[in-house]
Write a protein that binds this ligand. Structure first.
Ligand SMILES: *Cc1c(COP(=O)(O)O)cnc(C)c1O
Length: 269
């Protein structure tokens, strides 16, 4: 990642073409599933890519960016939009650069260590990877009152032993309740990262089980809190290789890295 972004690199026809291709894949998958393409949000996963790539994609109208590593994300935010707590300020009206950008919205999607919750609570708009009650509590206590509610998803492990991150499906409701218990957090739904499976049928079943976990949470909370249920609108699942299966099973946010930015350097995260 290099330091300060070069505005001249904002125009990147290859990036624009990849963005158009990903949007076309999302739209085709939505139509195939009888869904409205507008109901599926694209989260651009910018881990390992520099602020210049983020700004170049933002110049194409992309607003939401996903990051996995706190330190990397904070450095990138500072380079993209100085002084912003999770959102960029309105573009300055004077001066020729940078070009007008939509406000950026940062989503944390990586594993969460307890000692990183404060930075996440202070700098991000969304957290997809809440997988234990303690993390929910810390995020809630550390979310500054001056910021909007922190939008949270429960990360569920739908691949069994093949994956270390995410809570077990039968723990998801407890994590969801821990989020609901925090006034500065808003429970939005469920996130899953199924292990890649060459069998598309199996892959779809894993996405279907993530959806089932969300439906279970919704049923459990329906009686207690209609307001909480009304905000439960998010299934964060699907990446570059499998967004079609995820959309077929109800994904509302797809998290796309390599199909937008190109492949990450070998050996990097
Ligand atoms: C890296 C990553 C992605 C994007 O993966 P691609 O295969 O590059 O699209 C999505 N979600 C999470 C949690 C990731 O870590």
């Amino acid at each position: 990642m290099n330091g300060s972004p070069d505005p001249a690199s904002h125009h990147d026809p290859r990036l624009a073409a990849r963005l158009a291709e990903v949007k076309a894949r999302i739209a085709a998958a939505a139509r195939a599933a009888g869904r409205d393409p507008a109901a599926i949000r694209l989260l651009a996963v910018s881990k390992t890519f520099g602020a210049d790539r983020v700004l170049a994609l933002a110049a194409q109208g992309q607003q939401a960016f996903g990051e996995n590593y706190v330190q990397e994300a904070l450095a990138k935010m500072a380079a993209c939009c100085p002084g912003s707590p999770g959102r960029s300020p309105e573009p300055a009206s004077q001066g020729p650069e940078p070009p007008e950008l939509p406000p950026l919205e940062w989503h944390f999607i990586g594993p969460i260590q307890s000692n990183k919750t404060r930075a996440i609570a202070e700098r991000f708009a969304w957290v997809h990877s809440v997988d234990r009650e303690k993390i929910a509590t810390r995020l809630g206590e550390q979310r500054p009152a001056a910021l909007p509610l922190l939008e949270c998803c429960v990360q569920v492990n739908v691949s069994g032993e093949a994956s270390k991150s995410g809570c077990a499906p039968d723990e998801a409701l407890a994590v969801a309740r821990a989020i609901v218990a925090q006034a500065r957090l808003r429970l939005r739904g469920v996130m899953a990262i199924p292990e890649p499976d060459p069998d598309p049928g199996l892959q779809r079943m894993r996405f279907a089980s993530a959806r089932a976990v969300l439906e279970g949470i919704r049923r459990a909370l329906a009686a207690e809190s209609p307001a909480v249920c009304a905000a439960l609108d998010t299934l964060s699942m699907g990446m570059s290789a499998d967004l079609e299966s995820a959309i077929a099973e109800g994904a509302t946010i797809v998290r796309i890295g390599s199909a937008l930015f190109g492949s990450r350097a070998a050996g990097s995260h």
